[in-house]
Design a protein around this ligand. Structure first.
Ligand SMILES: O=C(CO)COP(=O)(O)O
Length: 206
C-alpha cells in the first residue's frame, strides 16, 4: 500500500471505531509502520474525524517529517514495534470494557483474560497487564516494550489496550475481539463458567 493509501486507511478505521463507540472524544491513537519510520495519529485528535493529510509522519528516530504534532504515545508505539519486528500496525483505545477490566483487582497480571472463546484465543491469545504509568510517560513505553515481548496485545493498567497486527485491519480486528471478550468476561465474572481447556487452546495453535 502507498503512504497515501495508508493515511486514508487510518482515517477510515478511526472513523469506523469512533462511529461504533469504541473510542470517545480525543482518546486513542493508531499507527502504521513505514520502511523509514511510522505514520501516527496527531495528539488530541478525534479518531472519528482524522484528516489523512495531517496524520503525522515520524522518521526512525522520532523526528516529525510531516503532519501535525504526534500522539503523546508515539514512544509507546515505537517501543512496541521494537519488541514486535513483524507487526506493521498498532491500535490503542480507551474502549470501555477493556478499561474496566484493566482496573480490576485480583486478576492474573501475566494473562488478564481467560480463554472464553476460540476466536479470542486465535486473535489475541495472551494479554499481559502493564503496570500503571501516566499517559505519554517514557516509563510506560519501557514497560510496554517488555510486556510486548510476551504478546502482540497488552493491557495498560487503568488505561486501555494496545494491540499490534500484521496490518492495520488485523490490529483493529484483534482490538475489537479483545473488547468483546472483556465485555463477556465482566458478564461472566460472578457465574460458574466453563473456559476452553488447555488442550482446546493448544489445538487452536495447530
Ligand atoms: O489515548 C491517548 C493517551 O493514551 C490520547 O493521547 P493522544 O491524543 O496524544 O494520542
Amino acid at each position: 500500500m502507498s503512504e497515501r493509501e495508508l493515511r486514508e486507511r487510518i482515517a477510515m478505521q478511526g472513523q469506523s471505531l469512533f462511529d461504533r463507540g469504541l473510542t470517545a472524544g480525543s482518546s486513542g491513537n493508531i499507527s502504521v509502520r513505514l520502511p523509514d519510520g511510522m505514520l501516527i495519529t496527531p495528539t488530541n485528535s478525534c479518531l472519528g474525524r482524522l484528516d489523512p493529510d495531517r496524520i503525522t509522519k515520524l522518521d526512525n528516530v522520532g523526528n516529525v517529517v510531516a503532519g501535525d504534532k504526534p500522539s503523546k504515545e508515539a514512544f509507546l508505539h515505537h517501543s512496541m514495534y521494537q519488541s514486535r519486528p513483524d507487526e506493521q500496525a498498532i491500535v490503542h483505545l480507551h474502549s470501555t470494557h477493556s478499561v474496566a477490566v484493566s482496573c480490576l483487582a485480583n486478576i492474573d497480571e501475566s494473562n488478564v483474560l481467560p480463554p472464553i472463546t476460540a476466536y479470542y484465543v486465535m486473535r489475541v491469545g495472551t494479554l499481559p497487564l502493564v503496570p500503571y504509568y501516566p499517559p505519554g510517560d517514557v516509563e510506560l513505553a519501557g514497560a510496554v516494550e517488555k510486556a510486548a515481548k510476551l504478546s502482540h496485545a497488552v493491557l495498560l493498567s487503568n488505561h486501555g489496550p494496545v494491540v499490534a497486527g500484521g496490518d492495520l485491519d488485523k490490529a483493529v480486528n484483534a482490538t475489537e475481539e479483545l473488547e468483546e471478550t472483556a465485555k463477556l468476561f465482566l458478564m461472566l465474572r460472578h457465574e460458574p463458567t466453563r473456559f476452553l481447556t488447555p488442550q482446546q487452546v493448544q489445538d487452536l495453535a495447530k
